[in-house]
Design a protein around this ligand. Structure first.
Ligand code: OXD
Ligand code: MN
Length: 588
């Protein structure tokens, strides 16, 4: 049904495609050009096969529902491997397999897996096509759903192929849904070969190889070798009433509100402020000759968590998904609109599995997702396409902690900030298969995504302090602290109040209280005007319990010790400084 639109004279790419085809034995090969017509033809094909169904075209024009296999709804960290030559290069933070053994295992699984199917070749570019900070890849897949999602999430097709031909270099990604058997599901990365092989899953993080596999796991390894950083961070642009612009990069674990922070709408009392989105999930940070960090968002679309999205809590995301979106594993209303927990209107009727909704069941899967082009966001920043990226003022780390961590604090300097990032703990969410709500260490929100040993990663982060006096300030936030009544902070919609303080600190416009864990805002320095929140509640949000903190520091030390001799001693020095200061504080 598809008209063949292009191939390439690039030998490296042609030979690789031939090699993969001779292993997987597809019926045909199709090279994607990335045009809108092509996207529409993929949609038509999937409507025919039942991979997609059309949603209410009056209220959700050009929107589609995809129901995945019920065993295939999240990332599978236990089946994700880093296959570096040396086991120690992968580190205790990754599952490791010897590359030869991994290739043999995968060769067996990929053998003939595309019989009766088409092999699609997707050349893509992570980052603006004309940016020297961008990197290209080619994904081979047998899934039209993957092609359609890559169309929304990346810059793919002819311009990317042109760049690949010029550079003669690309990350190789081979994906097949196989037979979706969880027993035969693997997501394997070969950093030295800049190769990814993924089989048995169609889920975003496992199958859209440009995203977690390339832009984080492989890119983090490349960044180590080439002195840059590939991070699990949103990038948000904030313009104050004096028309000064600031760019904040923030790392939170999956499903902890990165998309919401990136799309923030200024709350009451912030008239004259503008917030725009550069990226919602991944940032690549590069230092210029003046020691300034610049960031690009390598992606071109959002793969966001649907539940909780509504016009009150995240109007921009809500508007972005009213058209041209693919919904995966949401439910349906009685008039064929997508429905999810947290949607404020519509009558849920069918659950995400396609059954009549029964009381007590989820309508949408908790990790149901939308895929949409970033340009659908009413607050999309044109600078997301800027080849040089944007200059970063502040880096923010955060986790989901119902206790302990205050609303916001500032690290004392870069090295202390690296400790703060390396110590991030967060309660697990539905974004990955496994238990939910367990606190685990998730350094820089990169636990599932760092393609090499965390000890080397921390050394790499620390190395920037020797290279620049001009680095972003580092902060930690926690929106999720609870008391008996539930979450204390009134909600994502108010987070600009915290970013405002962060920016004031970066501009040296406000003093702060020096505490053992870092600098905390002085009373009344967080602007709460228009917010119905008492001083006692603010105190609760900022309370520091030194005994609890000392326990936390012990658990952080235990975690660091798992990394043995490769751990940089500077991190232990920073840790000791905080512990000594906490002991002093608690004895005062
Ligand atoms: C994501 C994730 O999909 O972090 O962005 O799981
Ligand atoms: Mn993510």
């Amino acid at each position: 049904m598809f008209k063949q639109s292009m191939t390439t004279n690039n030998e490296l790419l042609n030979n690789w495609v031939k090699e993969v085809a001779s292993l997987t034995k597809p019926d045909s090969i199709y090279w994607c050009n990335g045009s809108n017509d092509e996207y529409q033809s993929f949609v038509e094909k999937m409507l025919e096969t039942g991979d997609l169904s059309k949603l209410n075209s009056e209220t959700f024009p050009n929107c589609y529902l995809h129901r995945s296999d019920q065993s295939d709804v999240a990332r599978v960290e236990h089946l994700t491997f880093i296959c570096s030559k040396e086991k120690d290069d992968a580190g205790p933070n990754n599952n490791w397999m010897d590359p030869q053994e991994a290739h043999e295992k995968l060769d067996n699984l990929f053998e003939g897996c595309m019989e009766g199917r088409t092999l699609y070749v997707i050349p893509y570019c992570m980052g603006p096509i004309d940016s020297k900070l961008s990197r290209c890849g080619v994904e081979i897949t047998d899934s039209p759903y993957v092609v359609a999602n890559m169309y929304l999430m990346t810059r793919m097709g002819t311009p990317a192929l042109k760049r690949i031909e010029d550079e003669n270099k690309f990350v190789k990604g081979i994906h097949s849904i196989g037979d979706l058997d969880p027993e035969k599901r693997f997501i394997m990365h070969f950093p030295e070969e800049e190769t990814i092989r993924s089989i048995g899953s169609g889920y975003g993080g496992n199958a859209l190889l440009g995203k977690k596999c390339h832009a984080l796991r492989i890119a983090s390894w490349q960044a180590l070798k080439e002195n840059w950083l590939a991070e699990h961070m949103l990038i948000v642009e904030i313009e104050n009433p004096s028309n000064e612009k600031f760019y904040v990069a923030a790392a939170f674990p999956s499903a902890c509100g990165k998309t919401n922070l990136a799309m923030l709408i200024p709350p009451e009392g912030y008239e004259g402020w503008t917030v725009k989105t550069i990226g919602d999930d991944i940032a690549w940070l590069n230092m210029d000759e003046n020691g300034q960090m610049w960031a690009i968002n390598p992606e071109a679309g959002y793969f966001g968590v649907v539940p909780g999205t509504n016009e009150e809590d995240n109007e921009n995301a809500y508007k972005a998904i009213q058209r041209d979106a693919i919904f995966t594993n949401v439910g349906l209303t009685d008039n064929n609109e997508p429905w999810w927990e947290g949607r404020l209107d519509g009558t849920p009727s069918i659950d995400w599995k396609g059954n009549q909704l029964e009381e007590g069941n989820h309508c949408a899967h908790p990790n149901s997702r939308f895929t949409v082009s970033a340009k659908n966001n009413p607050q999309y920043s044109e600078l997301a396409d800027s080849p040089s990226g944007v200059p970063i003022t502040a880096i923010v780390f955060g986790g989901r902690r119902s206790e302990l961590a205050p609303l916001v604090y500032e690290a004392k300097d870069w090295n202390h900030g690296v400790l703060v990032g390396a110590s991030v703990g967060s309660e697990t969410t539905a974004a990955a298969a496994g238990d939910i709500g367990i606190v685990r260490r998730d350094p820089m929100a990169m636990k599932p995504f760092c393609g090499y040993n965390f000890a080397d990663y921390f050394s790499h982060w620390l190395s920037f302090s020797e290279q620049s006096d001009n680095l972003p300030k580092i902060f930690h936030v926690n929106w999720f602290r609870k008391n008996e009544e539930g979450f204390i902070w009134p909600g994502f919609g108010e987070n600009l109040r915290v970013l405002d303080w962060i920016i004031k600190r970066c501009q040296k416009n406000v003093d702060a209280k020096e505490m053992p864990i870092g600098f905390l805002p002085n009373n009344n320095d967080i602007n709460t005007s228009g917010l119905n929140i008492s001083e006692e509640t603010m105190d609760e949000l900022f309370a520091i319990n030194p005994d609890q903190w000392l326990k936390e520091m012990d658990s952080i030390e235990d975690f660091f010790k798992e990394y043995g001799d490769r751990m940089p001693s500077q991190l232990f020095d920073e840790h000791k400084k905080v512990v000594d200061s906490l002991k002093e504080y608690s004895s005062d």
